[in-house]
Structures are given as C-alpha cells and as structure tokens.
Design a protein around this ligand. Structure first.
Ligand SMILES: NC(=O)c1ccc[n+]([C@@H]2O[C@H](COP(=O)([O-])OP(=O)(O)OC[C@H]3O[C@@H](n4cnc5c(N)ncnc54)[C@H](O)[C@@H]3O)[C@@H](O)[C@H]2O)c1
Length: 401
C-alpha cells in the first residue's frame, strides 16, 4: 500500500477516565476498523483524571501514552487534535470553554454543564472559535432511530401529531446507594431532567424536526436522603459504614407536557428510581397516517404502523438491518444487533467526520443548549406551577428541518 493510502494519525486527548471515558476510548480505537473511510487512525495520546489509578488503568488498557491529573495538560499537548470531555457535569463548562480557547474540537457528554447559562457559555466559546463539536446524544445514532427519522421526514406516515417519551430506570432505586455528585445541585445540576430527559428532549426534537417551545412540568424526589459516599470512584462508589445521611438535592422524577414550535404536542416522563424499569427508554411518535415506536431495551427493533391499508392492523416490528443508518458497518444482516457501545462508536465517528470535513454532522453544542433550555424551562415551570416558554434555539442546531 502506498504511503498516501495510509490512514493519517489523529491525536486524541481524554479528560476523565470513568465510564464514559472508557466508551469514548473504545470508540476511537474502533473507528479505524468500522470507519476506515474516515482515513484516520486515532491515537490515544493523553488521559487526565485526578484519580491517578483510573488514568493509569486507561494507559495500561487502552494505550494512552501520557497520564496526568490536570486537564490543562491535555489541552496543551501538541499532539492532541481532538478532545473528549467525560467529566462530571459541574466541570463541563470550564473544560469545554478551555478546550475551545485552545482551538481543540471537543466531544462532550450530556448534559452540557449544570445549567442553561453554562451550556450557553459552551456554545459561545465553541462558535467564537469556529469549532466542530459533538454532544453525547447517543440514541440518535441507533439504526432504528435513523430509520424512524427518515420515515417521519418522508411524509409516508402523514403529519406528526404527538410524541411520547419515557426514560424510566432503576439505577438509583436502591436507597442505600450513596449520595454521589449526581444527587448534589452544585455538581450534578438537575436530576433526571438533565441526566435522562436531556436525551429525551433532544430525541423528540430530532425526530419531529421542531424545537420545543413551551413546557409545563412537575418534579418529585422520592428518596430524599442518601448515605455519604465512603470510597471508590465512578460507578463503584459505595456508602461508608455508619455513613451520615445527606439530602438529595435534585429530582428523582419529572413529568413534562410540551408544545413544539411546529404545533406538535408531547409528553415526557422520567424516573431514576423506577423499580422494575432497567433502561426503559422509549419514544413513540403518532402521525395522521401512521406511527413509530422504539425502546432502547430492544434497540435493534422499530415498531412501525404505516400505510392507509395497514394502519388498522397497528404496529408491526421491523428488525434493523444493513439498510438503516450505520448498521452495515457493525453487522452483516438483521438479527445480529448493535449495542450501546456501538452507538458511541457511531457518535464518535460523526464527531471525527465533522472535524475532518469542517461540517457539523454530529449533535452540536447548539443542540446541547436547546436541551438545556428545555430542562431549565421545566425546572422553572415546576417551581412556579405555570407554563414556561423555552427560548428559541441558537443558530447551529442539527435537528431542525
Ligand atoms: N451519553 C450517555 O448516554 C451518557 C451515559 C452516562 C453518563 N453520561 C455523562 O457522562 C459524564 C460522566 O459520567 P460517567 O458515568 O462516565 O461518570 P463516572 O463517575 O464514571 O466518571 C467520572 C470521572 O471523572 C473523573 N473526574 C472527577 N473530577 C475530575 C477532574 N477535575 N478532572 C478530570 N476528571 C475528573 C472521576 O475521577 C471519574 O473517573 C456525565 O456528564 C454523565 O451525565 C452520558
């Protein structure tokens, strides 16, 4: 093979070696195989985490060349072309703004910061520096969601009337689980609104092609105290023996009704303490001539009701196959499914393609701000018991038609 056909190196810097840091690292490594058409060979250059053992494990496992406890060393490293920001929410704003000022395109996890204001700072910094970005709205890349998006856009199902989104999980259902950063306002921001419903608001906007314009919400906290954390990092944090009980500062549950700018209406529900629901993350879109229904627990399937003669039969289930989205890059045919980790590879490839083509293809920071604006409006609605308008999205969203 001539040298010109060899993939060129793309230097990767990673901030935070937790669960999402692991998935971003795997995604970069998988890209050379699954997305060889990108023409790049991502190289894991440097990983930053104040828990040195986490960073060293990543060096040993994934092959990062340098380990540091300071995110600034990642942004200042001359071989770093792109940066992944996988830190807890309260660190997103400072890390993303610094990455933008250093001229490094970044792939940042959702929610983008702990407030709408923090998300807006991130958008301003990225746009001032003209940088492609990516926000971890992972479900958009599922081949069944791409199929649903294309069906809805084709007009084959008629006009969209209403959307129902649920994101019910039991990851915090155990009341003896410790009060990690996720349950504290200063570090997590909101509860399920930011953690889960930011995905739901984005998915609904992506599928309908319209921003959410107005919301009415209620929130509740079912487990209002948790034991102080006693040790461990990331998802292995455990409660201290005889731990003091500390207040949970954000919501376990949220329910939101919404009007979209297009006139579509929607309902959203999310709980992180939903006993019985593992990752019951679903979206259903009803139209005048059909409907689609998808659930993350069966992410390779799409329920479709379509066509004048078929609609009386209700939904039929279609398995994803090589015709839809990026399925063919992972599997040769229907029945062999993609996983959550594969969705992160798809997301990462959209980020890298955005960087290489200087075109925003991945979910953008403006999309991140649109979701944060809806979260913010929902929180204000819940405290005022009134409908609250969501500000119109900034330029640069990728979901609008
Ligand atoms: N896209 C998705 O579906 C998805 C799923 C899970 C989590 N997330 C998001 O990813 C982010 C990280 O979540 P996680 O589950 O990986 O958390 P985690 O707790 O597993 O990892 C967080 C890591 O950040 C490190 N850290 C703490 N302070 C730091 C600092 N000052 N500098 C650098 N690193 C620091 C911790 O030591 C830890 O290794 C959150 O914003 C979360 O909302 C997104």
């Amino acid at each position: 093979m001539s040298e010109s056909n060899s993939p060129r190196p793309l230097g990767v810097g990673l901030i935070s070696a937790g669960w999402m840091g692991r998935l971003h690292s795997r995604a970069y490594l998988a890209m050379r195989d699954k997305y060889s058409d990108l023409g790049v060979a991502p190289e894991l250059i440097i990983v930053a985490d104040p828990v040195t053992s986490n960073a060293i494990e990543f060096q040993e496992h994934f092959g990062f060349k340098v380990v540091t406890d300071d995110y600034r060393a990642v942004l200042g490293h001359p071989d770093v072309d792109v940066v992944s920001i996988c830190a807890p929410n309260y660190l997103h704003r400072d890390f993303a703004v610094a990455a933008a000022q250093a001229g490094k395109p970044f792939w940042i996890e959702k929610p983008m910061g702990i407030s709408r204001a923090q998300s807006a700072d991130i958008v301003a910094a990225a746009q001032a520096n003209g940088l492609p970005t990516c926000v971890g709205f992972t479900y958009r890349g599922a081949p069944a969601i791409v199929r649903a998006h294309d069906l809805l856009r084709s007009g084959a199902l008629g006009a969209i009337t209403n959307v129902h989104v649920k994101l019910n999980a039991d990851y915090s259902a155990d009341p003896t689980g410790p009060r990690t950063w996720r349950f504290v306002r200063e570090t997590g921001g909101s509860g399920v609104l930011g953690d889960l419903l930011s995905h739901g608001f984005d998915l609904a906007q992506y599928l309908t092609g319209s921003p959410i314009a107005e919301v009415s919400a209620l929130i509740s906290t079912f487990i209002d105290q948790r034991p102080a954390p006693g040790g461990g990092t990331g998802h292995q944090v455990h409660a201290a023996p005889d731990a003091a009980m500390l207040p949970v500062e954000n919501e376990d549950y949220a329910s939101v009704i919404a009007r979209f700018a297009s006139g579509v209406v929607g309902t959203f529900e999310s709980s992180r303490v939903a006993v019985g629901s593992r990752c019951d993350y679903g979206v259903e879109v009803h139209c005048t001539g059909g409907a689609i229904r998808w659930n993350f627990e069966r992410l390779n399937e799409l329920d479709i009701c379509a066509g004048d003669t078929l609609r009386d039969y209700g939904y039929t289930t279609e398995m994803s196959d090589e015709r839809f989205g990026d399925f063919a890059r992972f599997q040769p045919g229907a029945g062999m499914g993609l996983s959550f980790d594969d969705l992160k590879v798809i997301e990462g490839s959209q980020f890298v393609r955005s960087v290489l083509t200087h075109t925003q293809l991945a979910p953008s920071v403006a999309d991140g701000l649109a979701a944060a604006s809806t979260v913010d409006a929902a929180l204000r609605s819940a405290s005022s018991a009134t409908w609250v308008k969501v500000p119109a999205p900034n330029a640069g969203t990728t979901f609008e038609d």
